[in-house]
Structures are given as C-alpha cells and as structure tokens.
Design a protein around this ligand. Structure first.
Ligand code: HEC
Length: 111
C-alpha cells in the first residue's frame, strides 16, 4: 500500500512538472514573433509605423476594443497584407497566451 502511494505521488509530481514545462511562455512567444513589428511594449517602433500605416499600438484604448478572443481570431486568420496568420506557427494554446500577453502589455507604463 505504502509503495503504491509513493508511486502515485511520483506520477502526480511528474504530471505537474510536465504541465508546467508545456505552459506556453507568452513573453518569449511575443518577443520572437511580434516584437519586431509591434515593439517591446506594444508601441511599434517609428520605422514600423512608417512602413505599416495601419499598425496598432497595444494600449488601453486598443484592448478596450479587442478582447483576448478577438486577438486570437486575428492571430489565426491574419489581417490585411502585413499581419500574417500564425496558425501554422503556433498552437491554439500559444495564440491564447500571446493574446493575453498583448492585454498585459496595455497595462504596463510606457515611456
Ligand atoms: C511583419 C510585421 C508584423 C508582425 C511580425 C506581427 N504583426 Fe500584428 N500587425 C501588423 C500590421 C501591419 C497590422 C495592421 C493590420 C491592418 O490593420 O491592416 C497588425 C495588426 C495587429 C493587431 C490588430 C488588428 C486589428 O484588428 O486592428 C493585433 C492584435 C496584432 N497585430 C497582433 C500581433 C501579434 C500578437 C503578433 C505576434 C504573434 C503580431 N501581431 C505580429 C504587423 C505585424
């Protein structure tokens, strides 16, 4: 009986560990896939604003109009010519994590 409990505890610990390892790292995904155009804090660099007149700034006003779900939809489908779909690059869980991170950015103070 005792052995079985220890075994069970080990299996549970293993599952928890695996879940943690699999949770998408939203910031890393954003930095790798979005930062170039949308900026570290969600304010696109000047050069990007010049290149893409329609590019959004992720601020309070933006997220008031874009739910996390609607951002996931944009990531899945893309928008316009320049905002590409990330469907083949990210899993649905990763897209949801990045969309959440976009919302988080809007609450951060920016220079
Ligand atoms: C090559 C540059 C580029 C990259 C990389 C990029 N975007 Fe965009 N993004 C754009 C442009 C340009 C627009 C404006 C599209 C339009 O409205 O025509 C945009 C628009 C958006 C919008 C707003 C759409 C709307 O309804 O106004 C969201 C949200 C967004 N991007 C999120 C992301 C996220 C999250 C990533 C990373 C996973 C990302 N983008 C990567 C260029 C980029």
């Amino acid at each position: 009986m005792r052995k079985m409990l220890i075994g069970l505890a080990l299996v549970t610990a293993g599952l928890v560990h695996r879940a943690a390892a699999q949770a998408p790292d939203a910031k890393a995904l954003y930095d790798a896939n979005c930062k170039k155009c949308h900026g570290v804090l969600g304010t696109p660099p000047k050069a990007m604003k010049e290149q893409y007149s329609k590019i959004a700034t992720f601020n309070a006003e933006f997220i008031a109009k874009h739910s996390i779900d609607s951002i996931v939809t944009i990531l899945r489908k893309g928008k316009g010519e320049d905002m590409k779909s990330f469907k083949t690059k990210m899993t649905p869980a990763e897209m949801a994590a990045v969309a959440g991170y976009v919302h988080e950015l809007a609450t951060k103070p920016r220079p």
